[in-house]
Write a protein that binds this ligand. Structure first.
Ligand code: SF4
Length: 187
């Protein structure tokens, strides 16, 4: 599975304290995408799903983890690997949020589409549309994107979070700065 980065703790891409997983490879090429470095898959980032799950297990031991956020890139571009990852993540009994540039209708038409959706608690669908990027729109880059919840209990957990608007987190090391979350338009 091509994974460009895994980050903990993430507070800005779903309720609570989360592990974020950025999958690499995206066919959508949305205008003004914030992550163009995730469009092409690089062999050095090809990691076995078991290794990813082992790393997640290590983080979960002794740390607060409320959920997982899978983004990219396009997670459904690696549909088999995504299925294996989601199956493994379900064993942790935590909430799973997945971003996709496909619509939920597209996913229904994919092999294993319904099976994948059964493993997801919160799905945010649709390509990024720069002209529909509305400042303050929580969790979504543009208004065309929709949020689907597995059930009303999960949806109710998101009400207050969404009311708080957009959030960003910045991570620094000596060489670069990583900014995650939903950004306003650059202009
Ligand atoms: S789907 Fe996401 S990662 Fe892919 S081009 Fe669009 S904004 Fe970028």
């Amino acid at each position: 599975m091509y994974v460009e980065r895994m980050v903990y703790p993430v507070f800005v891409l779903g309720v609570g304290t989360r592990i974020g997983i950025w999958m690499q490879g995206c066919p959508h090429h949305c205008h003004a995408c914030i992550n163009p470095e995730l469009w092409d898959q690089k062999e050095k980032n090809n990691v076995d799903v078991h290794k990813i799950l082992n790393s997640i297990n290590s983080i979960c031991i002794g740390n607060e983890v409320d959920g997982f956020t899978i983004t990219g890139g396009e997670p459904f571009y690696q549909i088999e690997q995504l299925y294996r990852l989601l199956k493994g993540l379900r064993a942790f009994n935590k909430e799973i949020l997945v971003y996709t540039g496909y619509t939920i209708h597209d996913i229904h038409n994919m092999d294993k589409g319904y099976q994948l959706l059964e493993l997801i608690d919160v799905l945010i669908d649709g390509k990024y549309e720069e002209e529909q990027n509305v400042s303050g729109l929580a969790l979504r880059g543009s208004e065309n994107q929709k949020i689907y919840y597995r059930d009303s209990a999960i949806e109710s957990r998101y009400v207050e979070y969404l009311n708080q608007g957009r959030k960003l987190q910045h991570f620094y090391d000596r060489k670069y700065m990583l900014s995650i979350g939903i950004h306003d338009r650059s202009e």
